[in-house]
Design a protein around this ligand. Structure first.
Ligand SMILES: [Zn+2]
Length: 413
């Protein structure tokens, strides 16, 4: 029985019409439009023999009970960034819905194992700066103590915004109960990068999410008059930072999938007539391999000290944030690769630079894999985010195939 891929694409368009304005999607988590999107999604479940509830963190669970309680979870997120696209997150939820419908029909409402659909709460963290809020509560990696007092741009506190949606922040950890009998997690997502398009491939298997090292780096030199200070007497903090900004490219290029970015540079005093006395920069480094990530970090540190020395400066590092790489399950990676080959002919194995809810699920010890579909121009978090319709349909068909393979895999365990 084929999955209704065209129907899923039609529903994606319906959701876009409902929740986007001229600037793009506005399904910001914990906002009225996000609640409206969720209510709309509920209306699509009426004809199915499913149970539905929200967990303690506001994650939305739809369960098709099977003969066995062991369950296969399919999911993603309906929330968006402000002025976001129509596919980020929604593609995964609406594809999971199409697969759930196909399975319910094929097994006359009672599949051999239980199938669950999850719409994670606040994946984006766009409003309060805490990404993966719902999935981290599910995984047991939530950080309520640090997150409790977060505020949005209007000064609304995170705990208040959650309370308005019926979620008590002190209790979000109870979402961990939903992990019972979870046997595997699958997520379909747009790539949000240019790799698949550049290879002319519609679909790819995600090997895992890259780990991140994020640091503030400050070079200290000496402010001096730009007219009276000879070049040889300068201690130019910007010169040291600039050398590092170029060097991180060579450091990253030693590894095929590593990325290093100096995204922000501030100079002090920052006036046209003074040598830069202090330069504050940020560095973001990512790779799927923990040893590679550690090496990227160590090399950048070493080079920063060398360049500081060359320019008569000193350097200090302070970690802003870091997260370990999360490799996905090897057997599910193999099944995903198979499903893609059978559907699209060719497949590609790739790490994900962006973080995803799937990484939190995997961190909780639940076998996980993700499938990527090509993003046009590699753009997302933007109203021009798009994927060819034939690629969306191919992705939903391949994801459906993956779900069947994962069901058989769970039954055989
Ligand atoms: Zn997403």
């Amino acid at each position: 029985m084929p999955v209704d891929a065209k129907g899923a694409v039609a529903r994606l368009k319906e959701l876009r019409t409902l929740t986007a304005d001229k600037d793009g999607a506005q399904r910001l988590a914990w906002s009225p439009l996000w609640l409206k999107a969720r209510e709309w999604f509920q209306s699509k479940l009426h004809e199915l023999p499913v149970e539905h509830h929200l967990d303690a963190a506001g994650n939305s669970w739809t369960t098709l009970a099977g003969v066995s309680k062991k369950n296969l979870i399919l999911g993603s997120h309906l929330d968006s960034v402000p002025n976001g696209g129509w596919l980020d997150g929604c593609l995964g939820v609406l594809s999971a819905h199409a697969v759930l419908r196909r399975i319910a029909e094929e097994f006359a409402g009672k599949p051999p194992i239980t199938i669950r659909l999850v719409d994670w709460a606040d994946e984006e963290g766009a409003r309060f700066g805490r990404s993966l809020l719902g999935s981290s509560a599910f995984a047991g990696t939530q950080s309520i103590a640090q997150d409790r007092g977060r505020t949005d741009a209007q000064g609304v506190r995170l705990d208040e915004a959650l309370a308005a949606c019926g979620v008590n922040i002190e209790r979000i950890g109870e979402a961990g109960k939903e992990r019972v009998d979870a046997a595997a997690y699958l997520e379909l997502h747009i790539e949000q990068g240019p790799v698949l398009e550049s290879m002319n491939l519609p679909l790819g298997v995600v090997l895992g999410t890259k780990g991140v090292e994020r640091h503030a780096i400050t070079f200290h030199g000496e402010e001096a008059h730009s007219g009276s200070t000879p070049m040889s007497a300068r201690r130019d903090a910007l010169a040291a930072a600039a050398k590092l900004a170029l060097e991180i490219r060579s450091i990253a290029k030693k590894y095929p999938d590593a990325v290093c970015t100096m995204g922000s540079v501030k100079t002090f005093p920052g006036i046209v007539t003074a040598v830069v006395g202090r330069c504050e920069a940020t560095l973001d480094q990512r790779d799927l391999d923990a040893a590679v990530l550690a090496d990227l970090y160590a090399q950048a540190q070493e080079k920063s000290r060398q360049f500081a020395g060359e320019e008569g400066c000193t350097v200090e590092w302070s970690r802003i944030w870091n997260i370990a790489p999360e490799p996905f399950h090897p057997e599910l990676i193999a099944l995903c690769d198979e499903a893609i080959r059978e559907t699209a002919g060719r497949s590609h194995l790739m790490p994900s630079g962006p973080l995803h809810d799937a990484a939190e699920v995997s961190r909780a010890g639940i076998p996980t894999v993700m499938m990527f579909v090509q993003s046009l121009r590699g753009i997302s978090h933007n109203k021009i985010e798009d994927t060819r319709e034939e690629h969306l349909e191919l992705a939903i068909a391949a994801f459906d195939k993956l779900a069947s393979k994962a069901m058989a895999w769970i039954q055989a365990k």
